[in-house]
Design a protein. Structure first.
Length: 575
């Protein structure tokens, strides 16, 4: 039962247990709300039989019923709302952990604004449904079944007069469920498109202003918002209309009960007290059912959100064992990989990058260099072949453990809106301030850090907005130096830098690359001519491997790359 609820509503196991508890408490709350009616019936029976109970007994019953009702209501509130907010926190932490464990390939195939919406908006809507609808709906269903049994056993005709219109109205609502879910899903898809468009408009402000596209973009966004409003209106109508029609049918229950009850009363087949009791029960059930119909509409409204949460949490993270590596040669054997089916990017590649050596990867654009580095760092998993590190299959190693052995310096550096000190400390969170500063000095960061207002404690802005490209890159290298990992991967880290920054970074790399297994991609062939090994790729395959002079003699692709680089270096602009 708990597992079923967990799957249906996308909850954690603790949340599913708490929902069951909340349903039970809601059921008791509905039952508790009948206590005043029972006290009234007790008093009315005494009145009709001329055997009124003592006033003190009646007062005691009323007081006891009120206190018990308030106690159940408080218990219902605590179990429903407090536990709901705890569960929303648990779901967000669970999703965050899932996202942390997923491979990079998942994020390249899913929009980041979509994931952000799931983490925030979808969980928020599920939270609202849990606190206002789910427990009360399920609790009322239990209460309704119990009441239906009592009503049918007490007087079948009166029971049927109450239940038939209610079941008919519920059937209409269930028949419209598919239409409601379809329209709600369509509205949520449009909201996602709106979110992506606004995110894109914010991210690309520089390009929008440079090409004077502000007016065009504003018009496009207004049209998109108008479209979403129309879809929203249609969605609300498709949800509200079945609820309204079901409510009209529901009200016939009271009229039918009066007709049947009056007839039975005239024939003497039912007592007045019984008839009044059924009337009171009918009014209570109608009020409960009307509230539940609104709750059901909200539950259907969150169906798309629940599906996305379920799908995200169902993603399988890469697995592996935790074990220690003692050597760090990287061997690639007959490797095959494709981002899309039947479109291989790496095609039977084999080579060895040895420990304490620098291995450079070169080749024409699109030949698979960056993809290969992603595979070696297990940001993606390959489909065929092997990658061995220290003789151990990469797929057997836990990704988290693997990252302990690897430092990656990307071309695009990501920094946090925190201090310089804390941004460098990401390389090794347990490092002392002194160790962080030593790493910064080795990465040639000292000169620009001293110019900052608060030095190492200066906040550098969103993604390091207060720093230049070269300064951000040097902080990235400082992280890698601080981490002291035995494998270092460098991906085009100097391609977009000026001469001064490139020289500073080349100097800092001497501290990073010492006594490590190094894989480096660089389009500037002059910077890798002295590498211990140069691996030349062409269309995802090995064209040659060796030192600079050897490849000039044996690799046509490398010869062309060198010649092209020389032409670019010798090029001069003419007026």
């Amino acid at each position: 039962m708990i597992n079923r609820i967990q799957v249906i509503f996308g909850l954690t196991r603790v949340g599913a247990k708490n929902l069951c508890r909340s349903c039970l408490v809601s059921f008791l709350a509905f039952c508790g709300q009948l206590l005043p009616m029972f006290v009234f019936m007790f008093y009315l029976q005494g009145l009709l039989s001329a055997k009124l109970p003592a006033f003190w007994l009646f007062l005691l019953l009323v007081l006891g019923a009120v206190l018990l009702l308030y106690g159940v209501i408080y218990w219902d509130y605590n179990s429903t709302y407090t536990l709901t907010y705890q569960e929303s926190g648990n779901i967000r932490r669970d999703i965050a952990q899932t996202l942390q464990d997923l491979p990079l390939s998942y994020f390249s195939n899913h929009d980041l604004s979509d994931l952000s919406q799931t983490l925030m908006s979808d969980v928020e809507r599920l939270e609202h449904a849990m606190s206002h609808a789910l427990a009360k709906t399920l609790g009322f269903l239990l209460f309704f079944v119990l009441m239906a049994i009592f009503l049918l056993l007490g007087q079948p005709l009166l029971g049927l007069a109450i239940l038939l219109p209610i079941l008919l109205s519920a059937g209409l609502l269930l028949l419209s469920k598919g239409l409601q879910k379809r329209e709600t899903a369509r509205y949520w898809r449009q909201l996602r498109e709106n979110s992506e468009s606004f995110q894109e408009a914010i991210d690309l402000q520089e390009e929008i202003k440079a090409y004077n596209l502000s007016q065009h973009l504003a018009q496009s966004l207004y049209q998109q918002m108008d479209k979403s409003e129309k879809i929203h209106l249609r969605s609300e109508i498709m949800q509200g209309l079945p609820v309204m029609l079901s409510g009209i049918i529901l009200r016939f229950s009271l009229a039918l009960l009066v007709m049947v009850g009056s007839l039975l009363l005239a024939r003497g087949q039912v007592s007045l007290l019984y008839f009044i009791g059924y009337l009171l029960a009918n009014i209570k059930i109608i009020d409960g059912v009307e509230g539940i119909y609104l709750n059901i509409a909200e539950i259907l409204y969150t169906d798309s959100a629940i599906k996305r949460i379920r799908d995200l949490r169902a993603q399988v993270a890469p697995k592996g064992r935790d074990f220690d590596l003692t050597s760090f040669d990287i061997e690639v054997r007959d490797l095959h990989f494709s981002y899309k089916k039947d479109q291989e990017v790496i095609k039977g590649l084999s080579f060895v990058a040895r420990q304490n050596e620098v291995t450079a990867l070169v080749g024409p654009s699109g030949c698979g260099k960056t993809t290969l580095l992603r595979l070696i760092s297990r940001l993606y998993d390959y489909q065929k072949g092997q990658i061995l590190i220290g003789g151990q299959e990469l797929g057997d190693l836990n990704p988290g453990r693997l990252f302990d052995y690897i430092s990656i310096v990307f071309q695009e550096v990501s920094l946090f809106n925190s201090s310089v000190l804390e941004n460098i400390r990401l390389g090794r969170p347990t490092a002392s301030d002194q160790e962080v500063m030593e790493a910064a000095k080795k990465a040639n960061c000292q000169d620009f850090i001293e110019r900052l207002p608060q030095g190492y404690h200066t906040l550098i802005g969103e993604n390091g907005a207060k720093l230049s490209g070269g300064e951000r890159q040097r902080i990235s290298i400082a992280r890698a130096i601080l981490k002291q990992a035995p494998i270092v991967i460098l991906d085009e880290i100097t391609s977009s830098l000026d001469i001064e920054n490139e020289k500073a970074i080349q100097d800092s790399l001497s501290h990073l690359l010492r006594d490590r297994t190094v894989l480096i991609i660089s389009h500037r062939l002059k910077s890798i001519e002295n590498a211990d090994q140069i691996v030349v790729l062409a269309d995802g395959q090995l064209d040659g491997a060796g030192k600079h002079q050897e490849l000039l003699a044996s690799s046509p692709v490398y010869q062309e790359l060198v010649e092209t680089a020389q032409l670019i270096e010798d090029f001069k602009y003419h007026s």
